[in-house]
Design a protein around this ligand. Structure first.
Ligand code: ARG
Ligand code: ZN
Length: 885
C-alpha cells in the first residue's frame, strides 16, 4: 500500500533517550531497549504504535511494571500509557537472528563480524521503535560479546567504558553526544584492525580518525584515510563546517547492499569504496573512494546535523550531499581542465542513468509524492538530479551567495528534521536580490515535476544589423501521474563562437561583460538578442551543463566542428563531439546501410583532438569515447539493441583502423607514467593509453595482425598497477582476440584471494561485447564458478548486473533467453534480498520502447515475475509500474 507525502503527520510521541544493551551472538542476539518517551502535546492523545520486523518479543515494561500490549500486524501497540506529557520509561526486550539476516538490513553477520544497516527502515529489525527520521533521541549503547571472536566493539559517538565479563566475554559502552534519528544508529563487532590518524582542526580541536578493515587489508587503507582528511579540511574551508566529534570511524564490509552509510561517527562502507592499493585498485576505484568517503563525511552536517522530516525529503540530504561531494572532488583538482573532466563525467552519469529513469515507468520528482517501498527511491533522480537542482541554486545565487544560504540553513535548522522547502527557502532568503529568490515558487517545480525538460533553440543572425537572436522554448513530456507540466526556471549559460574565426565573441547588449552570459529561461518561449556581433556566430548553449535538460538545436556539422575545435567551454567542446557521433549513429540506424558510419570530417576532427598539443589526456579520452549504447538508445523511438551494438562496434572499428598510426603514437606518448599516483593528470594518461590499446587490438583482430595483441599481453603481464593491467586485459577481451583467454586465466590465478579484483574479473566477462550470442552461455558458466556467490551483493552485481544492465548487445536476444535469465535471477534474489532484486528488476524499465520481438518477450518476462505469489514489495512496485500503462 502506497504511502503519501501529503499524509504526513507529526509523531504522537517523542523519544528523548535510548539506552540499548546488546548481547551479541550470531545465532541469537538479545537486545534490551530502555527508552524515555513523552507524548507530543501538538498531536491528539492516542496509542503508541512501534515499528518492528522479524523480532521475537520477550518483555515490555512501562515505568518498571508490566503492561498490556497488542500486535497489529508488525506493529507493537501500547494503549494504556500514562496520560499527560510527563516523560515515562519504556523497556522492551527482544531477540533477533543476525546470522539468518540475508536482507542485510538491520543487524547482520558478514565474514564472522556484526554490522548494521538502518537507513531507511532497518532499525525496526533491531528493536521496536518509532522508525521515522523526525524522532531524534540521545543514544547510549552497551555491546557485550565473546572477546576472542569479537575483540573490537564499536558504536556511535564516544567510548566511555570498556572491560571484561565472565566466560571470556567483554563489553564496551558508547555515548553519542548528538541527538539522532534511528536510521543513523550503527554497531560493528568483530576481528578488525584500524589505521589511525590524529588531526587538529583549523579551530584547534583534536580528533581521532580511524579506518577499520579485516586484518589482511591494512595495506589498502591509506587512500581512504587521505580522502577522509581531505574531506574534513574541505568542509571546514569551503562551508565553515567542522568535525563535531572527537572520533570519526569508517568500517569496511564486503557484504553491503549499497555503497556506504553515514551513521553518526561510525560510517559503514562497502569494501569497494574503501580498499585500494595500486596493485588491486584502478584509477576509477581511487576516484570513487575519494567521492564516497567525501559523500559520507559531508552527510555529517547535511543529513545528520540537519536531517529529513520524512523519506519524501530524501533529496534534501542526498541531492545536497552529492552536490557537495562533486564540488569537493572538483576543488581537489589543481587544474581547471581536470575540473572540467570531472564535470563531464558527472553529466555522463546523469544522462545515461537519470534521463532514462525520468522517461520511464519509475519516473518520480526529486521530492516524490508517494511510494510503496522507500528503498526503491534511492535513485539517480533523488541523488544526481537532486544534486543538479542544488547546483542550479548555486548558479542562481553565486558561489558566495550559496555559501551564505548554507550558513542561514544551519542557523535556522541545526538539530532538526526538515523539508526540501526549508532548504530552498534558506538559500533564497540569504540572497533576496537573486533570481532564485524572485522566482522561488516556480524554481521549486524542479522538486515537484518529474521528467527531463527539453529546451529548443533557434538562432538568427542579421549581418546588416550585426545582431544575433536566440529563440528559446521549453517543454516537458508527461510522466506517470503528471500529464501537464508548468514551465521550469532554467539557467542557461551562453556564449558565442565566431563561425569563421573560431574566436570567443564579446556579448554586447546582455548586461554581461565578457564572453559568458547567464540567461534564465522562465517562460514557455523567450528570445535574447546580442548586439554588435561582428561575424556570424555559432551559439554555445548550456555551457557546463548549467541545467539538467535536453538541448535541441539544429546544428550543422560545420557548426559542431567549430565548437569542437574552438569553444572555450570544455563541456560544450566535448558535447559537440558527442553530437556528431550521435547523429552518425542515428543516421546509420535509420538508413540500415552497412557502409562506414563515421564521415571523414569527424574522423579528421578526432585525429586533430588526439594530436592536439595542449589538450589533457583525460579530456581526449572523453572526446574519443563514443556515446554509450544506452545513450544512443535513448535518442530513438524504436530500439533494436542488437543493431545499436553493431553500429557502435563498427564506429569503434572505424576509429581503430582509420586512426591506427595515431593510436600507435598515442600509446607511445602515454604508456610510461613513472611511479604510480592516482592524480587526475596521470590517471588521464593511463586512460588514454588504455584506450589506444583497445583500438589497436580491435584493429589487429580485424586485420589478422598479431603485433599489438602480443604487446598488450606483455603489458598486461608487466604492469606495475591495476589500471594498466586491467586496461590491457580489457583490450584483449574487448577485441575478442584469442589471447584474452590465457590472460583471463592468469588474472584469476594472480588475484584469486582478492575479492574486489575477482569482481572485476567477473564483470569484465559478463560485460564483454557479444559475438554471435556468446555472452549469455559464458554468464551462465560464471554463475557455476566456485568463486561465484549470489549472496554477496558485489559478486551478484559483478556478473548479473554487468550482463543485464551493462551489456545491452548481449542481453537483448531475439530468442528471449536474456530476459528469461533476468526473470530467474530477480525471483531467486528476491527470496533472500529484495533490495538487490529490485535493483536488478529495473533493468527492464525501458522495455516499451523495444522493437519486436524484444518487446513482447520482455513483457512476458515481466509478467512472469509479477505473477510470483510471494514477491517482495520492493520488486512488486518496480514490475507493476513497468507493466502499467
Ligand atoms: N544514505 C546512504 C548514502 O547515500 C545510502 C543508504 C541507502 N540505503 C538503503 N537501504 N537504501 O550515502
Ligand atoms: Zn548519501
Amino acid at each position: 500500500v502506497a504511502i503519501q507525502r501529503e499524509a504526513y503527520s507529526a509523531p504522537a510521541f517523542w523519544i528523548d533517550t535510548v539506552d540499548l544493551c546488546f548481547d551479541l551472538d550470531p545465532a541469537k542476539t538479545r537486545v534490551l531497549n530502555k527508552m524515555t518517551l513523552r507524548r507530543n502535546p501538538d498531536v491528539p492523545a492516542q496509542a503508541l504504535r512501534l515499528d518492528g520486523e522479524e523480532l521475537n518479543l520477550a518483555r515490555v515494561l512501562v515505568n518498571g511494571a508490566g503492561t498490556s500490549f497488542k500486535m497489529d500486524g508488525d506493529k507493537l501497540v501500547l494503549e494504556n500509557l500514562p496520560e499527560g506529557t510527563e516523560p515515562f520509561a519504556l523497556e522492551i526486550f527482544t531477540t533477533c537472528l543476525p546470522s539468518k539476516n540475508t536482507k542485510l538490513m538491520g543487524l547482520y553477520v558478514s565474514n564472522d563480524s556484526f554490522f548494521t544497516q538502518c537507513e531507511a527502515e532497518g532499525f525496526r529489525r533491531i528493536t521496536y521503535f518509532l522508525d521515522r527520521p523526525d524522532v531524534m533521541a540521545s543514544y547510549t549503547v552497551t555491546l557485550r560479546a565473546d572477546k576472542a571472536k569479537f575483540p573490537v566493539l564499536l558504536s556511535n559517538g564516544n567510548l566511555v567504558e570498556q572491560g571484561e565479563l565472565e566466560d571470556g566475554r567483554h563489553f564496551a559502552k558508547w555515548v553519542d553526544p548528538h541527538k539522532k534519528p534511528c536510521y543513523l544508529f550503527a554497531l560493528v563487532a568483530g576481528q578488525l584492525v584500524c589505521r589511525e590518524q590524529r588531526i587538529t582542526s583549523r579551530a584547534g580541536h583534536d580528533h581521532l580518525l580511524q579506518v577499520y578493515v579485516r586484518p589482511g587489508d591494512m595495506d589498502k587503507t591509506e587512500h581512504a584515510m587521505n580522502s577522509l582528511m581531505a574531506s574534513v579540511a574541505w568542509d571546514e574551508a569551503r562551508f565553515g563546517l567542522p568535525l563535531d566529534l572527537e572520533r570519526f570511524m569508517i568500517v569496511a564490509t564486503s557484504d553491503f547492499n549499497m555503497g556506504a552509510m553515514e551513521n553518526k561517527g561510525l560510517n559503514i562502507f562497502n569494501t569497494k569504496y574503501v580498499l585500494a592499493n595500486q596493485a588491486t585498485a584502478t584509477d576509477v576505484d581511487y576516484s570513487n573512494i575519494e567521492s564516497v568517503v567525501g559523500h559520507e563525511y559531508f552527510h555529517n552536517w547535511t543529513g545528520n546535523r540537519i536531517t529529513c522530516r520524512d523519506w519524501f525529503q530524501l533529496s534534501l540530504k542526498e541531492g545536497l550531499t552529492v552536490f557537495r561531494d562533486q564540488e569537493f572532488s572538483q576543488d581537489l583538482c589543481a587544474e581547471a581542465s581536470a575540473r572540467a573532466v570531472k564535470r563531464i563525467e558527472d553529466v555522463r552519469v546523469l544522462r545515461t542513468a537519470q534521463f532514462p529513469e525520468d522517461a520511464g515507468p519509475m519516473a518520480h520528482p526529486v521530492r516524490p509524492d508517494s511510494y510503496i517501498e522507500i528503498n526503491n527511491f534511492y535513485t539517480v533522480t533523488i541523488y544526481e538530479k537532486g544534486a543538479e537542482v542544488v547546483r542550479m541554486m548555486q548558479t542562481l545565487t553565486g558561489r558566495a551567495g550559496f555559501a551564505r544560504g548554507m550558513k542561514l540553513y544551519f542557523a535556522r535548522f541545526d538539530g532538526q528534521a526538515v523539508t526540501c522547502d526549508d532548504f530552498a527557502q534558506s538559500i533564497a532568503d540569504a540572497n533576496p536580490e537573486s533570481p532564485l529568490a524572485t522566482l522561488l515558487p516556480q524554481f521549486k517545480r524542479w522538486y515537484s515535476q518529474a521528467g527531463t525538460p527539453r529546451v529548443a533553440a533557434r538562432g538568427e543572425y542579421n549581418a546588416d544589423a550585426q545582431t544575433y537572436t536566440l529563440h528559446l522554448s521549453q517543454s516537458c513530456a508527461a510522466t506517470p501521474g503528471q500529464s501537464e507540466k508548468q514551465p521550469f526556471v532554467i539557467p542557461l549559460s551562453l556564449g558565442l563562437v565566431g563561425a569563421a574565426s573560431g574566436a570567443a565573441l564579446p556579448l554586447h547588449g546582455t548586461g554581461s561583460a565578457g564572453e559568458n552570459h547567464l540567461f534564465v529561461l522562465t517562460e514557455q518561449s523567450q528570445s535574447i538578442t546580442f548586439d554588435n556581433v561582428a561575424e556570424e556566430p555559432v551559439p554555445s548553449i548550456l555551457r557546463g551543463f548549467s541545467a539538467p535538460v535536453v538541448l535541441d538545436f539544429d546544428y550543422s556539422d560545420a557548426q559542431l566542428l567549430t565548437l569542437l575545435a574552438h569553444d572555450t567551454d570544455a563541456f560544450n567542446r566535448w558535447e559537440a563531439g558527442q553530437r556528431l557521433a550521435l547523429r552518425s549513429a542515428t543516421a546509420a540506424l535509420a538508413s540500415g546501410t552497412n557502409g562506414p558510419v563515421l564521415n571523414a570530417a569527424y574522423v579528421e576532427a578526432m585525429r586533430a583532438v588526439l594530436r592536439h598539443p595542449t589538450l589533457d589526456a583525460a579530456f581526449k579520452e572523453l572526446v574519443l569515447t563514443l556515446p554509450s549504447e544506452t545513450y544512443i538508445a535513448e535518442q530513438i523511438t524504436l530500439v533494436e539493441p542488437q543493431r545499436i551494438h553493431t553500429v557502435r562496434e563498427s564506429m569503434r572499428l572505424q576509429l581503430a583502423s582509420e586512426l591506427h598510426a595515431d593510436w600507435e603514437q598515442t600509446f607511445a606518448d602515454h604508456q610510461d607514467n613513472g611511479a604510480y599516483s592516482p592524480d587526475p593528470l596521470s590517471s588521464g594518461r593511463r586512460a588514454l593509453a588504455g584506450m589506444a590499446l583497445n583500438f589497436l587490438c580491435l584493429a589487429a583482430v580485424a586485420s589478422g595482425d598479431a603485433l599489438w595483441p602480443g604487446k598488450t599481453l606483455q603489458r598486461f603481464k608487466d604492469a606495475g598497477n591495476m589500471t594498466d593491467r586491467f586496461n590491457a586485459l580489457q583490450a584483449l577481451v574487448g577485441s575478442g582476440h584469442e589471447l584474452a583467454a590465457p590472460a583471463l586465466a592468469r588474472f584469476h590465478s594472480l588475484f584469486k584471494d582478492e575479492a574486489l579484483v575477482l569482481d572485476k574479473w567477473f564483470a569484465l566477462q559478463a560485460g564483454a561485447p557479444d559475438r554471435g550470442g556468446n555472452v549469455l552461455p559464458a554468464v551462465r558458466q560464471l554463475l557455476a564458478h566456485p568463486d561465484f556467490n549470489l549472496r554477496n551483493p558485489n559478486r551478484a552485481r559483478s556478473v548479473i548486473f554487468s550482463y543485464c544492465s551493462g551489456n545491452p548487445g548481449g542481453f537483448h536476444r531475439a530468442d528471449a533467453a536474456g530476459y528469461v535469465f533476468w526473470s530467474e535471477r530477480v525471483m531467486e534474489l528476491d527470496s533472500f534480498n529484495p533490495q538487490v532484486a529490485a535493483r536488478l528488476a529495473r533493468a527492464m524499465d525501458r522495455w516499451k520502447r523495444l522493437a519486436e520481438p524484444y518487446r513482447s518477450a520482455a513483457c512476458e518476462a515481466l509478467k512472469r515475475v509479477a505473477a510470483k505469489p510471494d514477491l517482495s514489495n520492493d520488486v512488486r512496485e518496480v514490475v507493476e509500474r513497468a507493466l502499467a500503462d
